[in-house]
Write a protein that binds this ligand. Sequence first.
Ligand SMILES: Nc1ncnc2c1ncn2[C@@H]1O[C@H](COP(=O)(O)OP(=O)(O)OP(=O)(O)O)[C@@H](O)[C@H]1O
Length: 979
Amino acid sequence: MAEPPRSSFRGGRLASRKAEEAAWRRHQAAAWLETMVGSFGLPRCPSEQQFVAALRNGIVLCKAINKVQPGAVSKVVTNAPCDSQPLTAFQYFENIRNFLVAVQDLKLPSFEASDLEKENLDVGSVGKIVDSVISLKTYYEWKQGGGPNGTLKYMKSPLAMRSSLLQPEHAASGPSPSQKHLDLAEADAVRQPSEKVDQGLAEADADRHPFQIVDQEAVEKLQKVILDCMLSYKENFDLNVLKEDPVKLVGTILASQQGKEQRCNSQIVDRQRLLEEHETELVELKKMLQDVKVDLRSLQTQFQNDIIKLGDNVQELSKAALGYNQAVKENRNLYNMLQELRGNIRVFCRIRPLNLESISSIEHIGNDGSVMVCDPSKPQSTRKIFQFNQVFGPTASQDEVYKETQPLIRSVMDGYNVCIFAYGQTGSGKTHTMCGPSGGLPKDFGINYLALNDLFDISTSREDVKYDIRVQMVEIYNEQVRDLLGDDTSSTKYPCTSYMTSSNNGLLNLPDAKICPVQSPSDVINLMQLGEKHRACGSTVMNHRSSRSHSILTVHVNGKDVSGNVSHSSLHLVDLAGSERVDRSEATGDRLKEAQHINKSLSCLGDVINALAQKNSHIPYRNSKLTQLLQSSLGGNAKTLMFAHISPEAESYSETLGTLKFAQRASTVELGTACANKESKEIRELKEQVDILKKALASKELENTSLKLKENAITSERSKQLPDRTPPRSRRLSLENGSSGKARMPDRKMPKSPCLTMSFTADQRIIRDKECSTEIASFNNELHVKHHKSVIQMSETFPEDLIIEENEKIISTVDTVEFHQLPVDAYTSLYKQSGLNTSERTPCRSRNMSTEGSRDDPCTTAKLEKVMTSNTVKKGSHLRKSIQSSIGRLIHGSERRNVQHSVLGTPAKTENTSTDIASPVTSELRLRRRQSLTGLPPPPSTMSRRSSLGGKSDISSNYKRGPKTPPPVNSTAKVKRWL
Ligand SMILES: Nc1ncnc2c1ncn2[C@@H]1O[C@H](COP(=O)(O)OP(=O)(O)OP(=O)(O)O)[C@@H](O)[C@H]1O
């Protein structure tokens, strides 16, 4: 839309101002007329039509001029009365004519009579009427003000003048009479200003009438111009100034007015030019605006497209993120499964809240179980990242921690053995995690309570299984195992008189420690409180309530379902004492001693973890009570979880690093797949039957062997009686030579299984008697094979020191015996099936074994010294061999000469064999035999063999010892060589 030109805007503005001015003047005129003649029906601000219509009959005008100049219009034609005929326009015209004459007589501005009759009024004609009325008013006021002595205030709108000047059409129509007067006055003023003014003034003074001056109109016009100026500047100007030096004043005013006009004109020209420039700019800007609008529209479209694309991308991203999360979750599950299968020690890391006014050494805790640490004292040092199964930050609640632990604990109810232990420096929150803060609210209870509570929940929810839950609580204080649930409430601690023993499932039992059945969580709380009360605690600089012992809460769970299946499992919840730097904890006296014991046992734990992580053949479990106790959990078939606790303070950075490294190593330890301790009813019944059968067989075999023993005695007597005779070549020897084709082993260096070899070397010498019947020789030969088998079987299951002891007694005639072993794989398979722990399964790399046979000692070529020579022992050895061989024959059904071969070829059978040999019957026989030999009373069933003989009972040592050197593999020749 094209804008109207600037000039027309200006013209419009002037027109509006002019209209305003005209309206104002009309108002002035109407108001004055009303004051002169009274109200004649005009509104306060009349329009031109209203104004003209009101004056058209001339009555008001005539009345007004009569008031100003009485008698100026002698006869005024007034309105006809209501009942008479209305007057004609002509009659009223009389009034107008009379008025105009009177006005002209007064030398006042007048107008044309036709101006009042026009239907289409123009500004100029109405203006003339208004001017005439206002000049009459001015005249009247002048008169009222004292005539020639008063101040003439002849007000006329300057706009009326200016507008008439500005309006070309008005100019074209020719100036009004008053305008003409003004022009003339101007001309005269230019020509002879001073003369005319002087003359005018003189005349005015002469007859006291201002309008009789010749150039009165010119002066008037000047006055108007001046007033116009005054009005335009909105100044109140005193007209008296004009009287002082009118010509000069007028000249000055005109000159300034002219200058102003010129300036105005030049300004107008400038502005017009500026306006044109602006208009051009505006056009350009409009064009630009159009362009910008177009651009904007295209941008909007593009933006919308981009937003749509962005939305699509975000959707895709969120899908991808979902997928990623899913993948991470699956990854984690798979990783956990892998760990489960490998039986890795799971490691959770928990960070204690930071103490106030300390800087944290923890830089980042990842959702993926990673934690980044940095030494705050050396900010430039490299950051270290550790990865665990889970990391709990300082804000993690007890419930959150337990939630992650719950699945492990729940598996206890399915027959798995579980061990959870809390590790970390002193004051890092181990007791907080395991027990909760002392006197804390139920929501702060630790894993111990939550676990038992959970176990009760499960036991109640499984209606088809009846569970029996029992609890034991002990502590290891200064390398002593002490019962925390003992009845004695005195401050004295309760050392367990016997040591830890092995239960059927391979876990440790503490038979002397009180075992308390629990029925409800409240029972558990009571027991825990009792245990906590008895536990050794003390205040240190690092922790005002520091645990000075390792506490072990063991929960035994026995379940039996409706169909008779049973499960046995244990849950060990271990709160270790915290490692501490003695210089930092400032421990002295008892505290120092405690700290030393704590640090030593933790260092032993570290050694064990290191050895396990490196898959060493030797695992030093026996170096401390703690590692003995945790042996089954660290090296057995249990599920094990370690909580590594760290304090985030900068001062504890070195301890934190130590703990994290230790935990990282522990997480690499593989324990093998955990297995549940479950037995179906059928298996249990079959086992019971086997036990009964074994007992029956054992008693029968006892009779047989005593008979054979007698027979042997007779044979040996005979051999003594025939010393000079060349001994016939025994069948055994011929067998040995025939089968192997090699030279016989030297007498003093017997190969393979020590017991059988030694005993039979002795027998070889004995039976060189020619009188010895072939039957006896064959019996002995048979006995050898059986015995050899039984030795293998023993080596699978019997505690090592028992075997050593037996062997020691058997070795009577041979000075030095070299032990050999089975090949690695056969050995491993045998031990795997026997249910012993990993460390025990690991075969010795050397072919020889020390006499101790302990796993703690290196497997080197060992030489056994001759220990006993008495006939009693020899007989014992025979008795033992025959018992074992008979049991073996009865269990396996038939005799097999190449027993080693079958053992190695069919490990499943070996397992059965091992089970049988480890049966209580065999043990009972051995005990009975020993009793008969030593005259000692049998030990209590709960005690280990060593303890019964006066030594320290230490079942773990039995388990930890390396297996006896097994016989050679798959070699009939070698078997025969022993004979
Ligand atoms: N996660 C935690 N949230 C709140 N407070 C905690 C947390 N862990 C530990 N604490 C507080 O820190 C202090 C020391 O904790 P705690 O006694 O459990 O340490 P500890 O490792 O068992 O020490 P010690 O080995 O000396 O027995 C306690 O006051 C405990 O309440």
